[in-house]
Write a protein that binds this ligand. Sequence first.
Ligand SMILES: [Zn+2]
Ligand SMILES: [Zn+2]
Length: 254
Amino acid sequence: MFRLPFPPVSPRHWTRALLRVLLPSMCALCGGGSDDVVCAACRDAYAQPRTARCGRCANPLAHAPACGADGGRGLCGACLVNPPAFDATVAAVDYALPLDQLVLQLKFGARLALAPWCARQLRDAVLARPGLALPDLLCPVPLGPGRLVERGFNQALEIARPLAAALGVACHPALALRMLDTPAQSGVAPDARARNVRGAFAVADPDLVEGSHVGLVDDVMTSGHTLDELAATFKRFGAARVTNFVFARTPPRP
Ligand SMILES: [Zn+2]
Ligand SMILES: [Zn+2]
C-alpha cells in the first residue's frame, strides 16, 4: 500500500510554518520570543525617544526645549557658536549599549530585517516633534563604490526606504554620490574627520535639489562631519533646507 512519507498536514500548519520562516521569532536584543525583531519589553526599556536634544545636531540637552525644537530654540552651545550646514536632526536613540548591537547586526551581520524597525523608531521620533517640517524627499548617505560592493547593501538606504513610506515622501537612493572611497570615519582620528570627508560628495540630479527641503538618512551620527559635508554639498546645489534622520546618535564624550 502507498504510504505518505510524512503525516498529512493541514493548510493551517503550512501557514504557521511559513510565518515562522517569514517572521522573526527571537528578539535581537534579549533573545526572547517575539513576533517583531525587537520585543516590546526591550523597545520600552531601551528605545524611548529622548526629548531633550538639540534641535539642530540632536546632542543631548540638559532640559527639553520649551517650545518646538526649531527656529533657533533649543540649540546646544556648539550649534549656536558654529552652526552646521544642516538645519535640523532627528535621532531615534542614543548610540549606546544595547542598541548599538542592532546597528552592528544590521551593518556587519547583514540582518536587514532590523532596518524597518529602525525606521519605525525614527518615525516615532518625528511624531514626538510636532511642528517639525517634513522634507520633500529622502536621500540615504551613500557608501563609496568599493564599500558598497564589499557589503552588498547600504544600511542607510535600507532605513530610508521604509522611513520614506512612513512619512509619505519620496526616496531617492542615488541622489547623492560618494566620489571617493574615504576611510570609515570610525577609523579616523576625531580631529581629522572633517578633512576625511571634504569634497567626498556630489549631487546626481541638481534640478531635484534646487529649492527643496532634503532629508538625509543614516544609521549612526557620530561627529556629524559626514552629514555636515553632505548637507553643505546639497546647499551648494540650492537645497533650501536639510534635515538629518539618524537612527542612533553617539552622545558626546564627557
Ligand atoms: Zn527583547
Ligand atoms: Zn547642537
